[in-house]
Design a protein around this ligand. Sequence first.
Ligand code: NAI
Length: 338
Amino acid sequence: LNPAGHAGQEGTLLMERTRARGASSGFKVAVLGAAGGIGQPLSLLLKTSPLVSTLHLFDVVNTPGVTADLSHINSSAVVRGFVGNDQLPAALDGVDLVVIPAGVPRKPGMTRDDLFNINAGIVQKLCEGIAKHCPRAVVNIISNPVNSTVPIAAEVFKRAGTWDPRKVLGVTALDVVRANTFVAEVIGVNPEIVDVPVVGGHAGVTILPLLSQVTPSFSFSKEETEKLTVRIQDAGTEVVQAKAGTGSATLSMAYAAAKFAEQCLRGLSGETGIVECAYVSSDVTELPFFATKVRLGRSGVEEIHPLGPLNEFERSALSKAIGELKGSIDKGLNFVRK
Ligand code: NAI
């Protein structure tokens, strides 16, 4: 910078070269719902990710401001804003990864299923855009109820002839982040070294932490298992109640979603051994969609891990989860089919 704080011609060239270098090594990512409670901090985290070369911010309102703000951060990702449905095609053009936190969040007293009617329509429309403008992109779906919005996305892509089960992932990463935090408190270790597989889905009893498979291994008492399981299942409601009508988890969700998106990008870049929990098209149970650990690679989901050995508590919780998930999946499929 020169004394007046401007880059000058030489500086501008240097900045362009730096950006071009970043662009050649990173991916093009679009956030749909980028001006929202999750969308803004998620976009901030992705703007600072070395894996992202271009960041497209789409929303029906307020993206010009968010874009101007984030574009001043001196990380290499180039940020572009798109506002209103007319600009959705441009927002999706050439994108490698689409992250969808668009929709309305829960208020106290609401379940994730109460959001169904509004968010189902939003996810359907956005996925119709993806099928048209970036049919090969990996899609991360955050909008609730995830248990139904992922089947909705799949049905939209099937109708459009672009369905690739490896590319559509419901984001359950926040359940894992929460489980790791709460388990670490009980074991008394740094939460960063804890890994709890969370399977099933992303609502109430469909969220099933497999505490018998925790790393580092730990033998929980029956009481600890029951308490931890319920706390992990109800953690979203803890936040909804504490926010007292102003929304649901946004900051922890943005953190979890950004980490998850980065893992998808690492897989796309050819890095090996990337394993995360996600709600995907699956044949691990009799249901068409289910969350388990999956291995991510160049094509998206490359391998679905089995559930592994379950104890009696987990087997009984699994059958409850399957019963409820079935209804949510059918509800999503019927929404598009009707
Ligand atoms: P928010 O209301 O703060 O933001 C949603 C954004 O979506 C708004 O900026 C809104 O303008 C935008 N939007 C609405 N219709 C749109 C459309 N057709 N196209 C593009 N953007 C559109 O809500 P918040 O708190 O960010 O939550 C977003 C969603 O994420 C909710 O459905 C919420 O339930 C879900 N969620 C999911 C979690 C998970 O673990 N998967 C955790 C927490 C929330």
